[in-house]
Each structure stands twice: as structure tokens, then as C-alpha cells.
Design a protein around this ligand. Structure first.
Ligand code: ADP
Length: 873
């Protein structure tokens, strides 16, 4: 049974050990107290008995401190504090707080000690534990004496005494009396102090406790000394030394010795005085109680000075100041280390907390993101579906509006009515392109939008825009005008539809957000070169303006200036988003300058826009000029540093079976030629890195490449240079050139076949039959089923002529082009292209024209097949 007990200690056994440790501590038996507490700690740890661990640790700390090991004491006390805080039981918590406070107080770290004392006091009050409260008042007062808050100390010491007397806590009453005595001495109220000390001594003696008696003797000695009753004083002080010796309290001995020395000094016994002073220093050093040594030096110095021994006083003071400085530095270092440790612990705690919160937040945020992503994807799909169906629903009635107003314009002769109709047509076209562009927003965002570069009368577009908005502006009594800078080019290569749309958005906005004043469109050309320019279109209004903080926002998708009246202005917040993206695609940008209540200026800046000859803008005359030829399949390399010039060449040669490659300078061109020699090179003259002349020289010097024909185009050559260039290169075109000029130049070099004309004239039939002369029997057999197909499609053509449904026309055109490719029959392909173009442009007249020519096409094919059969052997 006993064995079992020693093997498995109970909580009760541990509590008893703790109790014994405490008792021994108060009895001044510090080593015993320590070993009992250590035993208790070991057992409590095996049992995971937290409360026992905390209690035991507290008494270990007390005992270690009493034994002059403050650092160890502090380490122990600090170790148990977090455990006590975690446990939350106020009783062990208060005890361990007290143990910590004790170490701080006795090592001179008063601020820390005071903080903990207050915490302890609060817990005791909350617990309503009268005895603990009595002690906590005592402890606060004790600390306040050291902090020189003597009035507060006296007040708290009295509170402690009052409670102790009320509840018969005699030992505490003794302590409180002693403390009041000590405070009164500090306040130089020696007579009163003596009374309290006497009372304290009496109680202590009654309770046969001797721990504090040396202190009371010292206090009483001091009071006697102040009365100049040196005999009595010395008697108390020597008794104190003896008692401290019994208690093995070196610090107490040192303090008692120095006080006795002082008394001897006062009594004129210098030899005894010096001996006791030396004893005191030695004792204090033995226990390494540096602050005690310090006060010994101070007291010695005072004492020597009071008896006129200034040399000794000075020496003591010197030692005092040296030690003081050392201690101060050490104290600072210690305080710093303590603070650093606290800081580290706190930082770690906060970091852990932040990480914990972050993880919680992150996973919540991730969930939210996931949900938002799913919702966005669903919404995006719904949006696409909606846009697709809206596309169809809007385009169908728009076909009718545009198609029939086109037809109507041929029959109406009345001038104002014709004007109105024109506005309907133009607005309809713009509206349709706008709808298409909104539908294409997803294309832009996906990077799938392709620009259509073509020669365009850009000034005409500007004028048209102003015309479209003129009625609206008039209704608002806003002056609307357009202005062109000197030398503004009449024709440039640009995507007209996109430019139109962008201008339409900016002018529309300007009128919408302007109540009075003007809206001006200013078209300027900057950096106008031989073949390219920077174009700037400014839309300047005197409207409501845009607040500074919103300016960057308005280009976002579905973004409007916040707080703007939806009913007044309407809109979707899409226009600027699309416009900006389109301008960026055209190698430019939109900028805005605005001031609230003054107005806004939106500027479209398009860089490196290629110039085109005016002649290309006269389609009717020029279409007659364009030779209707089909070049034999070939490869052409186009070399120009302006991209649109290269595109222009390609667009002029659309419908030809030509494989194009491009290069932006002579050097890249040469690399491309080496890699894959073309049939023909068309090159600009002036280019960075390597110009046209250098390229030509390189090629002419290379026997493998010298035979490749080259056409050079340039804008700047003088008349006399033109001939030289033609000789040097072999071919020459003056920039800007139109389609006819390009094709005619190519005809000088490349093999070609003449084609039937699109009007189905007899001449065309003749040409066609001539070209079909070469049809082999194989080709004839191949084309026979095509004739059948075309015949069966005649009803489709007739149907579309009646309904004028653009979608059907587009479908029909692409179906026929597919047939043309699979039967290798170019005339049908060309016809399909024409229908497709007219359908895209909503050109009803053109569509009707194409459809009526379908009949002609069928007949032509039939004739050539028959003629072929007749001439066949
Ligand atoms: P919407 O006009 O359909 O709302 P936009 O993208 O074209 O969409 O314009 C976005 C917003 O930018 C407008 O709603 C308006 O708040 C602001 N804004 C555009 N142009 C002007 C202007 N000329 N003056 C004042 N505010 C403008």
C-alpha cells in the first residue's frame, strides 16, 4: 500500500508537500522549502497536475530568490505563468503572478513588478479572498516605498492592517505594522514609526516567527539613532546582525552591519565603525547583492561625512558611484533583455494568431472566389447566348430597314425627303455596326477581332458623323461642327467601320453630356510623312465634365461616372470600353482631359496610318479601270515598314491566288527570300535598317536570286529619278497608287488570264468562252454536276431577291464560294465574293444586282460546256 502510494503520488500528497514548502519558507528554512517544492513539482509533473505544478514552481521561485538566485527564480516563475494563464484558475494564477512580481521587485525592475502587483491585487479583490487582499495591499505598499510613492504606500499599508485586524490575520497584522513603520521612517516620522515597529515586534514574537524580527530591530534601532540614543540603537542593530546570521540572510546581515557601523561612527568609535563597514561590504558581496553593496557605500559615505571624515566619505562615495554606474548599465541590459524576451514572445504569439486568421480568411476567400468564378462563368455563358440571339433578332429587322430605305432612295426625288432618308440609311448603318461591335466585344476580349484595313475617305466619315448628330444637337440647341487641320489627308488606309463606331460613341457622349454650348470635332494630321501620318480626332464639348477620380474608371466595361442619373443619361457604359480597345488595336489610343462643369476633350490618336490615293475613293470610275485579270498562282513578298501599306497591297490583290509574305525592312526581306524565294518582290524605297536600294543590290549580286523581278514604290521620287529607279529595279510605282496602277504594273511582269466582266456583256461572254476554250474533257466532265447544282439554286436566288434577308444572302454567297472552290471554277467564286460583300454592307441594290447576275452565270457555264462539247474531237 505504502509502496503504491510512493509510486503513484496523489494530488493531496503534492498539496501537502507544497504546504510544507510554504511553511518552511516562512520559517526561514529556505533550502528545505526549496527541496520540498522541487519534490512536489516532480510529482505534479508526472501526474500532469497543473495546479500542483504552478504552486510548487511558485515556492521554488520564492525559495530561490531568498537564497540569492534571482535569475533562476525569475526563470522558474516565468515558466509557470503561461500554464497558469491557460488554466484560468485565479488562485494559482495570483500566486505565480506574485512570485514573478517578487523577483522583479527584488531585482529593481519596479515597473514590471508594479504591473504584476496590480494584476494580483485585482484577482484577489475579484476572488473576495480577504487574506489575499490583505497581502496584496501589503505587497503594493512595499513596492511603492521603493518607488518613493510614500503617501500611497502608507495608505495601502493601513488598508492591509485594517483588514488584518478585522479578520484576525495576526501575522499579516504584524507585517502591516512593520511596513507602516518602514514608511514612516522614510517620511522621517520616527516617533510614530517606533510605535508601529514595537507593535510588529510584539505580534511577531507572540507568533514565534522570527523572519521579520531583524527588520523590526533595525527599524527600532533607526528610531533610537534619530533620538540620538546610540546605545539603544546599537543594541537593536547588533541583535539584528545575530539574528540574520542565524537566518543565514547575508543581505540582512550586511544592512544591519552597515547600520551598526554608522552608530559606532556617531559614537566616535572609528575602528569599530570601519570594521563593520568592511564586514557589510564583504557580506553583501558574498551574496552578490549589488544593490545592497550600493546602499552600504551610500550609508557609509553619509556616516563618514556626518563625523567629518571627508576623505573616507569621498572614497565611499566614489565606490558608490562606480558601482552605481556598473549596476545601472547592467540593469539597463537586463531590462532590455527582459523587454526583448517579452517582445519576442508577444511577436510570436501575434504572428501565430495572424497566420491562423489568415488561413481562416484565405480559405473563406478561396471558397468565395470559387463561387464567384462559377457564377461569373455561368453569367458569361448566359451573356453570350443572349447576345447571339439578340444579334439575330436585331439584324433581321435592320436588314429590312436598310434594304428598303436603300431602294426607296432610288424612287424618291423630293429633296428634304431624300435628306431624311439618307439620315435613316446612315444612322441605320452606324447602328448596325454598333450592334455588331457590342456583339464583338467578346471577340475583342478574346483577341479574335480582325480589323479590315481599306482605303477610306476619312474626312467624309467625319462630316457624315456630324450630319448624323446634327438634328440631335439642334434639338438641344448645341452648336455642332467639324474642323480639319491644313493638309488633312483625303484618303487613308483604315478600318472605317471601327473609326466610325468610335467617333459615333465620342460625339454621342459629348452631346448627351452637354446642356449648352458646343460640341466640336477637330480632325488633325500630325507627323505627316510621304506615305503615313498620325491622325488625331478631338471631340471637344462644353458639358458637365468628369470628376478627376473617375477618369480612369470610365473606360472600364459597364462603368459610368458614379452618382450619374440613369434616367437622365441612360447608356450602358460599354461605348468607351469598346472604343478604347478598338483604338488600341488600330495602334492608337483614346485620351481624355476633363474639368467638372467646364467640359471634356476626348482624343483619338492613331499612329502610322498609311495614306491612300484619292482615286481609290471614286469606286465607280475606277472599277471600270481595274483590269479584270487573274494572275497565275504565285508568291509575292511585300516589303514596307508601314504595315497598312503592306495590307493595302494585299487588299488590292484580293481574289487572286497569290501567296503573300511580308517584311518590314530590307534585312528581314533578304532573310525571307533566302528561306523561300518569291515569284515577285514589291518593295518600298525608304526603310530603316536596310532600304530598298540596298536590298536590290544584294539580290542583283546573288546569282541565285538576281532573276527575281522587283517593283519599287516610293512617294518622293522626282520625275527624272523615276526612270532611273525603273531601270535599277525593273519595276516602279509612284505612291500613293491605286488598284489599277498596281495591277497594271504586275501585268507587265506576271503571267495572267483575262476574266469575264461582271456585267455579263457579250464581250465578257466572248472572253469567257475564250478562256473556257481550253477546257479539257476531264474539266468538262467535272463541271457538269456544278451546272446541275447551280440550276437547282436558281430558286434560292429568286427567293432572296424577294425577301432581301441578309443572313440568307450571306449563307448563299458562302455556299456558292465553297462550290466554286471544290469545282475549281473562279467565275462562281468571284460572284460569291461580290454577293458576300454587298450583304455585309447591307447594299440592297448590289445584292439584287448580284442575284440577277446569278442567272447569267448559269447560262454562261451552260454555253461554255456546250461549246466545249461542240469543239471537242
Ligand atoms: P454610356 O455613355 O453608355 O454610359 P460610355 O462607355 O460611352 O457609356 O461612357 C461611360 C461614362 O463616361 C458615361 O456614362 C459618363 O459617365 C462618362 N462620360 C463619357 N463621355 C463623357 C462626356 N463627354 N462628358 C461627361 N461624361 C462623359
Amino acid at each position: 500500500m505504502e509502496q503504491a502510494q510512493s509510486k503513484y503520488p496523489t494530488h493531496q500528497e503534492i498539496d501537502t508537500l507544497v504546504e510544507q514548502s510554504r511553511f518552511n519558507y516562512y520559517a526561514g528554512k529556505l533550502p528545505d522549502s526549496l527541496s520540498l517544492a522541487q519534490d512536489a513539482l516532480e510529482k505534479a509533473t508526472t501526474l500532469h497536475y497543473d495546479k500542483g505544478i504552478i504552486f510548487a514552481t511558485a515556492w521554488i521561485s520564492y525559495a530561490l530568490l531568498g537564497l540569492g538566485k534571482p535569475d533562476d527564480a525569475l526563470a522558474e516563475a516565468q515558466k509557470a505563468l503561461p500554464l497558469a494563464e491557460e488554466l484560468g484558475d485565479p488562485e494559482p494564477l495570483a500566486l505565480i503572478i506574485r512570485a514573478n512580481a517578487n523577483v522583479y521587485a527584488l531585482t529593481g525592475q519596479l515597473e514590471q513588478a508594479y504591473e504584476l502587483r496590480l494584476r494580483d491585487h485585482k484577482i484577489c479583490l475579484e476572488l473576495d479572498d480577504k487574506q489575499a487582499v490583505t497581502i496584496s495591499y501589503y505587497n503594493l505598499a512595499l513596492l511603492q516605498i521603493d518607488m518613493k510613492q510614500l503617501d500611497e504606500a502608507l495608505e495601502n499599508a493601513h488598508q492591509s492592517l485594517k483588514l488584518a485586524e478585522e479578520h484576525d490575520f495576526t501575522i499579516s497584522a504584524g507585517y502591516a505594522n512593520g511596513l507602516i513603520g518602514e514608511t514612516l521612517i522614510e517620511l522621517s516620522r520616527f516617533d510614530e514609526a517606533e510605535k508601529y515597529y514595537s507593535k510588529a515586534l510584539e505580534i511577531e514574537e507572540q507568533n514565534s516567527s522570527n523572519l521579520n524580527i531583524p527588520n523590526y530591530y533595525m527599524g527600532l534601532g533607526r528610531c533610537a539613532f534619530e533620538r540620538q540614543d546610540y546605545e539603544t540603537a546599537l543594541d537593536y542593530q547588533l541583535r539584528s546582525i545575530t539574528l540574520e546570521e542565524e537566518l543565514k540572510d547575508f543581505k540582512g546581515m550586511a544592512l544591519a552591519s552597515v547600520n551598526a557601523g554608522i552608530t559606532y561612527n556617531a559614537m566616535g568609535d572609528n575602528a569599530q565603525a570601519t570594521k563593520l563597514f568592511n564586514d557589510s561590504i564583504e557580506l553583501a558581496n558574498k551574496g552578490d547583492f549589488s544593490p545592497t553593496v550600493l546602499s552600504c557605500y551610500q550609508l557609509m559615505s553619509d556616516s563618514y561625512a556626518s563625523v567629518g571624515n571627508y576623505q573616507a566619505a569621498f572614497d565611499s562615495l566614489k565606490k558608490y558611484s562606480e558601482l552605481n554606474e556598473r549596476l545601472h548599465n547592467e540593469g539597463l541590459a537586463k531590462q532590455f533583455a527582459t523587454m526583448q524576451a517579452k517582445f519576442d514572445v508577444e511577436t510570436q504569439r501575434r504572428e501565430a494568431e495572424i497566420n491562423r486568421l489568415k488561413n481562416v480568411e484565405l480559405s473563406a476567400a478561396l471558397d468565395e472566389l470559387e463561387e464567384a468564378k462559377d457564377a461569373a462563368e455561368t453569367a458569361n455563358k448566359a451573356k453570350s447566348a443572349f447576345l447571339a440571339s439578340m444579334s439575330h433578332e436585331i439584324r433581321t429587322p435592320m436588314n429590312a430597314i436598310l434594304g428598303f430605305s436603300e431602294l426607296l432612295s432610288k424612287t424618291i426625288t423630293d429633296n428634304p425627303q431624300k435628306e431624311y432618308l439618307n439620315v435613316i440609311r446612315i444612322s441605320g448603318k452606324s447602328l448596325l455596326s454598333l450592334i455588331n461591335d457590342i456583339l464583338d466585344l467578346s471577340k475583342v476580349e478574346a483577341g479574335k477581332m480582325k480589323l479590315e484595313w481599306a482605303p477610306c475617305d476619312v474626312a467624309g466619315v467625319c462630316k457624315e458623323m456630324v450630319q448624323i448628330f446634327s438634328q440631335k444637337a439642334e434639338r438641344k440647341r448645341i452648336q455642332l461642327s467639324v474642323d480639319f487641320s491644313d493638309g488633312f489627308p483625303s484618303a487613308v488606309v483604315i478600318d472605317e467601320l471601327r473609326l466610325r463606331q468610335t467617333l459615333m460613341n465620342l460625339i454621342g457622349n459629348a452631346i448627351k453630356f452637354t446642356e449648352s454650348g458646343s460640341v466640336k470635332l477637330v480632325a488633325k494630321s500630325e507627323e505627316l510623312g510621304d506615305d503615313a501620318a498620325t491622325l488625331r480626332f478631338e471631340v471637344i464639348d462644353t458639358g458637365i465634365g468628369i470628376p478627376k477620380d473617375q477618369i480612369s474608371k470610365i473606360f472600364g466595361v459597364f462603368e459610368q461616372v458614379s452618382g450619374q442619373s440613369a434616367t437622365k443619361f441612360g447608356g450602358t457604359g460599354l461605348g468607351l470600353a469598346i472604343s478604347k480597345r478598338l483604338c488600341q488595336m488600330m495602334g492608337g489610343d483614346i485620351q481624355v482631359a476633363s474639368e467638372v462643369d467646364k467640359g471634356s476633350t476626348f482624343s483619338i490618336i492613331l499612329k502610322g496610318i498609311a495614306l491612300a490615293p484619292e482615286t481609290v475613293l471614286l469606286p465607280d470610275e475606277h472599277s471600270e479601270d481595274v483590269p479584270n485579270v487573274q494572275f497565275k498562282p504565285c508568291k509575292i513578298l511585300v516589303v514596307d515598314d508601314v504595315e497598312q501599306n503592306r495590307l493595302l497591297v494585299k487588299s488590292y490583290l484580293e481574289g487572286q491566288t497569290i501567296d503573300f509574305t511580308e517584311a518590314a525592312n530590307g534585312k528581314d526581306a533578304f532573310d525571307a527570300i533566302l528561306h523561300d524565294p518569291p515569284t515577285l518582290i514589291i518593295t518600298d524605297l525608304r526603310m530603316p535598317e536596310m532600304d530598298g536600294k540596298q536590298l536590290n543590290k544584294l539580290l542583283k549580286n546573288d546569282s541565285r536570286l538576281s532573276q527575281i523581278p522587283i517593283i519599287v514604290f516610293t512617294a518622293s521620287a522626282m520625275k527624272e529619278d523615276q526612270e532611273a529607279l525603273r531601270k535599277e529595279f525593273g519595276g516602279y510605282i509612284q505612291k500613293p497608287f491605286n488598284q489599277t496602277e498596281l495591277i497594271r504594273s504586275l501585268m507587265e511582269i506576271l503571267p495572267f488570264e483575262e476574266q469575264e466582266t461582271t456585267d455579263g456583256s457579250s464581250n465578257a461572254t466572248q472572253q469567257s468562252s475564250r478562256s473556257e476554250d481550253t477546257l479539257s474533257e476531264q474539266e468538262r466532265q467535272n463541271l457538269t454536276p456544278l451546272l446541275e447544282t447551280l440550276k437547282s439554286e436558281q430558286t434560292t436566288a429568286e427567293k432572296i431577291s424577294k425577301t432581301l434577308l441578309i443572313d440568307d444572302a450571306e449563307l448563299f454567297a458562302s455556299r456558292m464560294q465553297e462550290e466554286a472552290h471544290s469545282f475549281n471554277y473562279p467565275p462562281l467564286n468571284k460572284w460569291g465574293e461580290s454577293l458576300a460583300t454587298h450583304a455585309t454592307l447591307f447594299d440592297a441594290e448590289g445584292i439584287l444586282d448580284d442575284l440577277s447576275r446569278f442567272q447569267q452565270l448559269v447560262e454562261n457555264l451552260e454555253t461554255s460546256l456546250r461549246e466545249n462539247r461542240e469543239t471537242a474531237p
